[in-house]
Design a protein around this ligand. Structure first.
Ligand code: A2P
Length: 279
């Protein structure tokens, strides 16, 4: 049985609170990484059309022997430049992702970026709602959306995203977005939850907390996400780290630890600013 608890989404479905992310994993490596993750006990896998690893990911899923209804598979529409989106073109991309993954339904489909300057995400969102109504995807959400864009989606369609997947780590804690999510029942899913494994994991405050709990700084960071209610999808291609990153359910940070980690927020965004990014 998987040690990972589920979080209930605003449409009544559930998502494992910890999953496995494959951003920046080449297709040929995604097979072995996802195979390791599934054998270790991960049940949620997060990919995207633009990661170009849906094929390797799908093969690993097929070969894992894990029943489809025990898995939670997410991919994302690459709403990149050069296309005016219609219900048909969204459906075409959705079908292509499913085919690459070798699946006949998805658990979660996300709009990858708001592409805010073009303001064409409403048409995409309406097409997502149709796919959900048809049962081809169980839950729909967005990624990298800011409060203004979430508000617009909700005002114009009345369909509230189940999830907003955003950059979030202890030195980029996104308090405003998290508050907006809490107010509207949107689950916060953190991408690059470990700050992409960079300097953050050498932070002295995290090192002190890690030593206190006899854990790694990465485990402390993941535990922090879980305790503040985030869904996390750490990425690793290293089997001992893949194992370490799911071994975070048998210790607990205390109130002092949580305050100390809250104090690390320096607004250090690693990825693009969603208000400006136009792919
Ligand atoms: P690798 O894939 O070589 O194991 P994020 O999920 O925040 O984007 O972070 C991913 C990065 O963090 C990758 O470079 C990954 O390296 C590294 N990483 C993942 N898990 C750990 C861990 N437990 N300890 C240290 N680094 C990790």
């Amino acid at each position: 049985m998987s040690p990972v608890p589920n979080v209930t989404l605003n449409d009544g479905n559930t998502i494992p609170q910890l999953g496995f992310g494959v951003w920046q994993v080449p297709d040929d490596e995604s097979y072995s990484a996802v195979t390791s993750a599934l054998s270790i006990g991960y049940r949620s896998i997060d990919t995207a059309a633009i990661y170009r690893n849906e094929v390797g990911t799908g093969r690993a899923i097929a070969d894992s022997g894990v029943a489809r209804d025990e898995l939670f598979i997410t991919t994302k529409l690459w709403n990149g430049a050069g296309e005016t989106w219609t219900a048909d073109s969204v459906r075409r991309e959705f079908d292509a992702s499913l085919e690459r993954l070798g699946l006949d339904y998805l658990d979660l489909y996300l709009i990858h970026w708001p592409r805010a300057v073009r303001e064409d995400y409403i048409a995409i969102w309406r097409a997502f709602a149709e796919l959900k109504a048809e049962g081809r995807v169980r839950s729909i959400g967005v990624s990298n959306f800011q409060p203004a864009q979430l508000r617009r989606i909700i005002d114009e369609t009345s369909v509230i995203p189940a999830v907003n997947q955003i950059e979030l780590h202890p030195d980029f804690e996104q308090p405003e977005l998290r508050a907006f999510h809490a107010e509207h029942g949107i689950v916060t899913e953190a991408w690059s939850p470990l700050g992409q494994g960079g300097a953050l994991l050498d932070d002295p405050v995290l090192a002190r907390i890690a030593e206190k709990h006899q854990r790694s700084t990465a485990q402390v960071v993941l535990r922090w996400h879980l305790q503040i209610g985030n869904v996390v999808i750490p990425k690793s291609v290293t089997p001992y780290r893949i194992r370490q990153n799911i071994d975070v359910f048998e210790f607990k940070l205390d109130a002092d630890d949580l305050v100390a980690i809250a104090g690390l927020d320096s607004g250090n965004r690693l990825g693009p600013d969603p208000d400006e990014f136009d792919m």
